[in-house]
Design a protein around this ligand. Structure first.
Ligand code: NAD
Length: 499
C-alpha cells in the first residue's frame, strides 16, 4: 500500500480533504510509491489564510532575526543532506550526486538570503531640499506564492521562498505533484529552524490549487517555474488579477562550437550538459552547433563513442551517469520526438530508444540519442524535448551560428566554445538569450547574481534570486520628510520643484 503524503499548513501536517490524489512514482522501479493529495480551493485557501495570519508578526521582525532563522534552516538542511538527496533521487530519478547539487544550489540562495539586513537597506538623501530628507524603504508584499516544476524539487522552491521569507513575506509553495516530498520536508525544517507557523506552507495539488493561488486577492505575487504553455497562462491570469508575476518557462539551449575550440573539452561538456539528469534540466544543452563541416565531423567522431558508452542506471547507483526519466508518459513523449526526428529526415547517429536495464525492466529508462544534420525548420529543433536527446545543427559560419539561438523562440541559456576572445565577446554581446556561457556549458548564475531567460523562456521582467529576487519580493516606498524649523512659505499651488 503506497504511503499517503499530506499538506503542510500552519506548522502542521494536514491530511488531504478533497478526495483527489495523484501518484508519486519511483521512476527507477516504475511503480507507484506514494499518493499525494491534490488540494481543492478550500484547502488552498487555508494555506493562504495561514500565511496571511502569520504575515504581520513576521514582517515586523527585524531582518537580522529573520536571517538567523535562515541560518538555522541551512544548518538543518545540511545535517539532513544525505537523506534529503536520497528522497529526491527516489522520486525524481536523478542520480544522488546530482540530487545533492539540486539541494546545494538551493542552499546557496538561502546563504544569499541570510544577508538580508544588508540587502534591504534603502537609500537616503539628506537635504534634498530645505530641511527635506528623502529616503526609500523596501517593504514585503504580504502573502506570496511559488509554483514549482518537477525537475528541481529542492533548488527552485528555495530560490523563491529563501528570498521571499527573508524579505518578510509569508509563502505558500505549490510544488510539483510528481516529487513533493522534499519541499514538504523543507517546510518542516523551516518550522524547526524557528519560522513561526504560516511563514512557509506547502499545499500539494494541480491546476485547481494553482488557479486558487492565481485568483485569490490575498496573494500579492506569484513566482512560477515550469513549461512555457503553463507559464504564459499563469502570467496572464496572475496579472489579470492584479498580481506581480514572474513566470519562467521552457528552453532550447544551444552550444556553439567554433573551429578553434578544444574539441575534446567541448565534447565532454556536451555530454554532461546534454545528458546529465537525463536531459531534464531547463539549462540542459539540447542543440550543438559546430561551425564548419570539418568541426562538425570531428565533433561527431568524439560524441558518438561517448554517447554510446553513457552509463544509464538506477538513480541510487553511484556508477550511473544518469537515471530514468520522470514517468512512463514523459518517456513516451521523448521517444515520440526521436521517431519524429527520423521522419523529418535528421540522421540518428546513436539510438537509445530501446534501452532497457536488466532487473529494472519496468523503470522509465531511455538511452542517450544523438541526431546529426538537424535543421532549424524541424520540430525536433523548435520544441523542447526534455530528454537525453542531443541535436547537432551544422552552421556554415559564426554569423549563422549566432543567428540560431538568437532567432529561436526560447532564450534561456546558450554557450560558446572557442579560444578566440574577440568572437566570445562579440557573441556574448549580441546573442538574444538571457544567460550566456563562454567555455561554460551550463551557465546557471550563482545565488547573488540572478537567473532568468528571455523570449518564451520567461514572462515578466524580474529574474529569480540575487537583487532581482529582493526587488521582486518587496515594494518600494519613498518618504519625503521635512522637519521645518521656522520655515513658512504659505500655501503653494504649483508643483514643487528644485529650481
Ligand atoms: P509543468 O509546467 O508541467 O508544471 C509546473 C508546475 O505547474 C507544477 O507545479 C504543476 O503542478 C503546475 N501545472 C501544470 N499544469 C498546469 C496547468 N494546466 N494549470 C496550472 N498549473 C499547472 O512543468 P514540469 O513538467 O513540472 O517542469 C518541466 C518544465 O519546466 C520544462 O519545460 C522546463 O524547461 C521548465 N523549467 C524551466 C526553468 C526555468 O527557470 N526557465 C527551470 C526549471 C524547469
Amino acid at each position: 500500500m503506497a504511503t499517503t503524503l499530506q499538506h503542510f499548513i500552519h506548522g502542521a501536517a494536514v491530511a488531504g480533504g478533497s478526495g483527489r490524489y495523484g501518484d508519486v512514482l519511483d521512476p527507477t522501479l516504475g511503480v507507484v510509491a506514494k499518493r499525494v493529495p491534490l488540494a481543492d480551493r478550500a484547502e488552498t485557501e487555508a494555506a493562504i489564510a495561514s500565511a496571511a495570519a502569520a504575515f504581520p508578526d513576521w514582517a515586523a521582525q527585524n531582518p537580522q532575526k529573520r536571517a538567523r532563522v535562515l541560518f538555522r534552516f541551512k544548518e538543518l538542511v545540511e545535517r539532513e543532506m544525505d537523506s534529503l538527496a536520497r528522497l529526491l533521487s527516489e522520486e525524481h530519478g536523478k542520480v544522488l550526486a546530482d540530487a545533492r547539487g539540486d539541494i546545494q544550489r538551493g542552499l546557496e540562495v538561502i546563504e544569499f538570503s541570510c544577508g538580508i539586513p544588508h540587502l534591504l537597506k534603502g537609500e537616503f538623501t539628506e537635504g534634498a531640499g530645505p530641511g527635506i530628507d528623502m529616503y526609500s524603504l523596501r517593504q514585503p508584499l504580504g502573502v506570496v506564492a511559488g509554483i514549482t516544476p518537477f525537475n528541481f524539487p529542492a533548488m527552485i522552491p528555495m530560490w523563491m521562498f529563501g528570498v521571499a521569507i527573508a524579505c518578510g513575506n509569508c509563502f505558500v509553495c505549490k510544488p510539483s505533484e510528481k516529487d513533493p516530498s522534499v519541499p514538504l520536508r523543507l517546510a518542516e525544517l523551516m518550522l524547526a529552524a524557528g519560522a513561526p507557523p504560516g511563514v512557509l506552507n506547502v499545499v500539494n495539488g494541480d491546476r485547481e490549487a494553482v488557479e486558487t493561488l492565481l485568483t485569490d486577492p490575498r496573494v500579492q505575487a506569484i513566482s512560477f517555474v515550469g513549461s512555457t504553455a503553463v507559464a504564459a497562462q499563469v502570467y496572464a491570469t496572475g496579472a489579470a488579477h492584479g498580481k506581480r508575476v514572474q513566470a519562467m518557462g521552457g528552453a532550447k539551449n544551444h552550444m556553439i562550437i567554433m573551429p578553434d575550440a578544444d574539441l575534446d573539452q567541448a565534447a565532454d561538456a556536451l555530454i554532461g550538459a546534454g545528458y546529465g539528469s537525463a536531459g531534464e534540466r531547463c539549462m540542459a544543452i539540447s542543440v550543438a552547433v559546430p561551425v564548419g563541416d570539418k568541426t562538425a565531423e570531428a565533433l561527431i567522431d568524439r560524441l558518438r563513442p561517448r554517447v554510446e558508452s553513457l552509463r544509464v542506471g538506477p538513480s541510487l547507483d553511484p556508477d550511473s551517469d544518469f537515471g530514468p526519466l520522470v514517468s512512463a508518459e514523459h518517456r513516451a513523449k521523448v521517444r515520440a520526438y526521436v521517431d519524429l526526428g527520423l521522419a523529418e529526415g535528421a540522421d540518428l547517429v546513436v539510438d537509445g530508444r530501446d534501452f532497457t536495464l536488466q532487473g529494472y525492466e519496468s523503470g522509465f529508462f531511455m538511452g542517450g540519442c544523438l541526431f546529426d544534420r538537424v535543421t532549424a525548420a524541424m520540430r525536433i529543433y523548435q520544441d523542447e524535448i526534455f530528454g537525453p536527446v542531443l541535436s547537432v545543427v551544422r552552421a556554415g559560419d559564426f554569423e549563422e551560428a549566432l543567428a540560431l539561438p538568437s532567432s529561436h523562440p526560447y532564450g534561456n541559456g546558450v554557450a560558446i566554445y572557442t579560444r578566440d576572445g574577440d568572437a566570445a565577446r562579440d557573441f556574448a554581446s549580441r546573442v538574444q538569450v538571457g544567460m550566456v556561457g563562454i567555455n561554460v556549458p551550463i551557465p546557471v548564475p550563482l545565488a547573488y547574481h540572478s537567473f532568468g531567460g528571455w523570449k518564451r523562456s520567461a514572462f515578466g521582467d524580474a529574474n529569480q534570486h540575487g537583487m532581482e529576487g529582493v526587488r521582486f519580493f518587496t515594494k518600494i516606498k519613498t518618504v519625503t520628510s521635512r522637519w521645518p524649523t521656522g520655515i513658512r512659505s504659505g500655501a503653494e499651488f504649483s508643483i514643487p520643484t528644485m529650481r
